[in-house]
Design a protein around this ligand. Structure first.
Ligand code: AOF
Ligand code: ZN
Length: 317
């Protein structure tokens, strides 16, 4: 017996959801999800990679199944990223899959990194049936930040903007006098979800002076390491002229690993050195437009406030 195509596709959907749940806490490693099936296609278990230095998704799942005494039933492993072939911080997952006798491996996105790639061939050479590009569109969207970092050394740049009608037939990013935000609760939740998936935040002095933003995650539950684990997200403030108050920077330092820099380029370099996969630009029209116009972006979320409900438009570079 062998799992049906539907069982395998469903397992990949589950693996993607697992990976999405750890997005924003694994950098510099990728968010990866894995689901194991027995020969009938029944789900034996799933696991998501929890962060650099910890077992990869497939390896963690193998440990889990072994601990539960169910490893013998493993037939098919479904994983969002091609299993690694290398000794990094942890041993190669492809070898682990071979050693435990997996019959089939399905993955979504090939691992583009020189060191870790090649798991496909390694598994195949050992007689395991391997198939890549399952739910490729969804997996590639998930892995876009990791793939960009692995191939260019640079973080994936996401820009978030919010617009309201300006009263004269156009749109403005500026709140009305006396308002702090004009985004509705649903959009705020979405915006905080986006923040949660990013490894660093970038803003400008104009935004800080105009909005007094805190940039903390309040409308969704943040990853535990940022809540109780003492970890702090990097936040870069571009403030060439030193216009932002000490009060604001002191408050920001309580929650963030704050760095004040002069240029977008130095900020991107800083995030790259920290190992960020994805950064979020939360800024006003000047910095956002500059980044969009100079091609320093990958993805842009635009929230538009309409009379009845907000609309979210997502664009890619
Ligand atoms: C992960 N988690 O679930 C998978 C990864 O230094 P290491 O040993 O942690 O190896 C990191 C590399 O392993 C990573 O850049 C990627 O190429 C590959 N796959 N990494 O952290 C996982 N499957
Ligand atoms: Zn691995």
């Amino acid at each position: 017996m062998t799992p049906s195509e539907t069982a395998i596709t469903n397992a990949m959907r589950q693996a993607i959801a697992l990976a999405r749940s750890v997005e924003g806490r694994t950098a510099p490693n990728p968010p990866v999800g894995a689901v194991a099936l027995d020969e009938t296609g029944a789900v034996l278990g799933g696991h998501a990679h929890q962060g650099a230095g910890l077992p990869h998704a497939e390896a963690g799942l193998i440990h889990k199944l072994r601990a539960e005494g169910r490893l013998d039933a493993l037939h098919t492993m479904v994983v969002t990223l091609e299993p690694c072939s290398h000794y990094g911080r942890t041993p190669p997952c492809s070898q682990a899959l071979i050693d435990v006798g997996a019959k089939q491996v399905f993955y979504g996105t090939p691992d583009p990194s020189e060191a870790a790639g090649g798991g496909h061939q390694m598994l195949e050479a050992a007689g395991v049936t391997v198939s890549g590009r399952l739910l490729a569109k969804e997996c590639d969207a998930l892995n876009a930040p990791f793939v960009k970092r692995a191939t260019t050394g640079l973080p994936y740049i996401t820009i978030k903007r919010a617009f309201r009608p300006d009263g004269v037939g156009g749109w403005t990013m500026l709140p009305a006098q006396g308002d702090k935000t004009f985004t509705r609760p649903d959009s705020l939740r979405k915006a905080h979800e986006i923040r949660k998936t990013c490894d660093g935040l970038l803003t400008g002095s104009g935004t800080v002076i105009a909005d007094d933003p805190s940039f903390t995650i309040r409308h969704v539950d943040d990853h535990p390491k940022f809540v109780t684990g003492g970890a702090k997200r990097p936040l870069v403030l571009l403030d060439k002229r030193g216009r932002v108050s000490k009060e604001w920077t002191a408050r920001a330092e309580e929650n963030f690993d704050l760095t004040v820099l002069d240029t977008v380029e130095s900020a991107i370099d800083h995030f790259a050195k920290l190992g960020c996969l994805q950064i979020l630009v939360e800024a006003g029209p000047d910095l956002s437009d500059h980044m969009l116009n100079s091609g320093l972006w990958d993805q842009c979320y635009d929230f538009y406030r309409h009379r009845a409900e907000d609309e979210l438009q997502i664009r890619f570079a």
